[in-house]
Design a protein around this ligand. Structure first.
Ligand SMILES: Cc1cc2nc3c(=O)[nH]c(=O)nc-3n(C[C@H](O)[C@H](O)[C@H](O)COP(=O)(O)OP(=O)(O)OC[C@H]3O[C@@H](n4cnc5c(N)ncnc54)[C@H](O)[C@@H]3O)c2cc1C
Length: 388
């Protein structure tokens, strides 16, 4: 078992770090203050291949393993959590379309998503179907003798909505429950689609979150992903990778917070010397580093399970997302504490890091739902032998 990054992985890490240093970090505070979604900068990441990191190369994606992709997301999040997290969602949707759409649809759309000409949103959550997403009620009805569906319903909390061009929408085409759900590629500018206000959020201010209303939206039948009834399965497959991405974006932010705190405690003097001389401060820093590395390694392990199509990949993703987002939030919060009152001011990045990281414990499945997934898979006969 070799934990050393390969030359290729180091090169991607370096490229992403340079981009984050130049384009993201210097602007992150301002974008947060102005609730500005930097579409132009996001599109620039397309030139580096970062909008189709694990998308099939046949459709212009880089086709990287999830682990290598995670390395890139971490660096981007080190520069700006909210922007990196949006890029990760775009990657998830791009991958889903590249994987499951009809050939003619993916050939037409995926290269444009990879280049950044088009941006994407993932539409699963509804006002009355959050954690229980399988109970969603948005409907897609195939018209007799026609080659299109009519889509009606409401999706809420949609990242990027209003600024994106392509939606992957999970909608009911059949009976109640997950097996009656199908997934569609939908043009975000279609007639019958309207958008709610940009939600006022605690964090992730540099990307919009909106409700989307669908009223008899015509969706060509060829835009169905796979077959009817497979949509929930595809949505969950997308989320396995999505959870690694959201987790590693949290780690990138924790790393940034740790670096800031390490510098600060060596400069800040109280009681006649730098607070870094206090053993309690040193112990805090030691724990923060340990937690950041533990979170990263757990995500790498989950990414490796997805890359190797391991039977328990979903469970590893759930464990890793839960652990990494909880630890990263704790690290950022400690970094704020080490700054005393200054940590609470928005002149310093810590309060933004804490605000941004809070949602990582909630979305792409809450951390309680992650525990539901893990505990359910533990109960199988022989599970503890394979989960080790
Ligand atoms: C900023 C932001 C961006 C988002 N972006 C997207 C997006 O792009 N696309 C999208 O589809 N969705 C998105 N979401 C939605 C997100 O995935 C949901 O908010 C999340 O899945 C939780 O659903 P809910 O808010 O309805 O909470 P609920 O499901 O109502 O949960 C409320 C509480 O009950 C707990 N709970 C529920 N069921 C159980 C259970 N069985 N066991 C234990 N506890 C339980 C939850 O953990 C939570 O603490 C986003 C959300 C936010 C805040």
């Amino acid at each position: 078992m070799d934990f050393t990054l390969t030359d290729d992985q180091l090169a991607y890490q370096q490229t992403a770090r340079q981009f984050a240093k130049k384009e993201l970090k210097p602007n992150a505070a301002q974008w947060d203050r102005d609730s500005h979604f930097p579409v132009d900068v996001i599109k620039k990441t397309g030139e580096l291949g970062f909008l189709g990191l694990y998308t099939n190369p046949h459709y212009d994606g880089l086709g990287l393993p999830r682990l290598d992709s995670a390395i890139v997301f971490e660096e981007l999040a080190w520069g700006d959590t909210a922007v990196a997290a949006y890029i990760s969602i775009h990657n998830m949707v791009t991958w889903m379309i590249g994987e499951y759409a009809k050939d003619e649809v993916r050939a037409e759309i995926v290269p444009k998503l990879v280049s950044g000409e088009l941006l994407a949103s993932y539409c699963l959550t509804e006002p009355n179907a959050g954690s229980d997403a399988g109970s969603l009620t948005t409907k897609a009805v195939k018209q007799d003798g026609e080659d299109y569906y009519l889509l009606s319903g409401e999706k809420t909390f949609i990242s990027g909505a209003g600024s994106t061009d392509i939606l992957v929408v999970m909608a009911r085409t059949g009976k109640a429950g997950p097996k009656g759900v199908s997934a569609f590629v939908v043009d975000a500018h279609s007639e019958g689609i309207s958008y709610g206000k940009n939600e006022h959020k605690m964090g992730w201010k540099a990307q919009p979150t909106r409700t989307i209303h669908f009223k008899d939206v015509k969706v060509p039948a060829r835009n169905l992903l796979g077959s009817e009834g497979e949509g929930f399965k595809f949505a969950m497959k997308g989320l396995d990778g999505g959870r690694i991405n959201i987790g590693i974006c949290a780690v990138g932010t924790a790393q940034a917070a740790l670096e800031t705190a390490l510098n600060y405690v060596q400069e800040r003097k109280q009681f006649g010397s730098a607070i870094a001389k206090l053993q309690s401060v040193q112990f805090k820093l030691a724990d923060m580093l340990t937690q950041t590395i533990a979170a990263r390694q757990m995500l790498y392990l989950a990414a490796n399970k997805v890359d190797n199509k391991h039977n328990d990949a979903t469970t590893y993703c759930a464990m890793a997302k839960r652990l990494a987002t909880d630890l990263s939030f704790a690290v950022a919060n400690e970094a704020l504490q080490l700054h005393g009152g200054y940590g609470y001011l928005n002149e310093y990045p810590l309060e933004r890091h804490v605000r941004d990281l809070r949602v990582h414990q909630i979305l792409e499945g809450t951390n309680e739902i992650m525990r539901v997934i893990v505990s359910r898979s533990m109960m199988r006969d022989g599970a503890l032998d394979s989960l080790r």
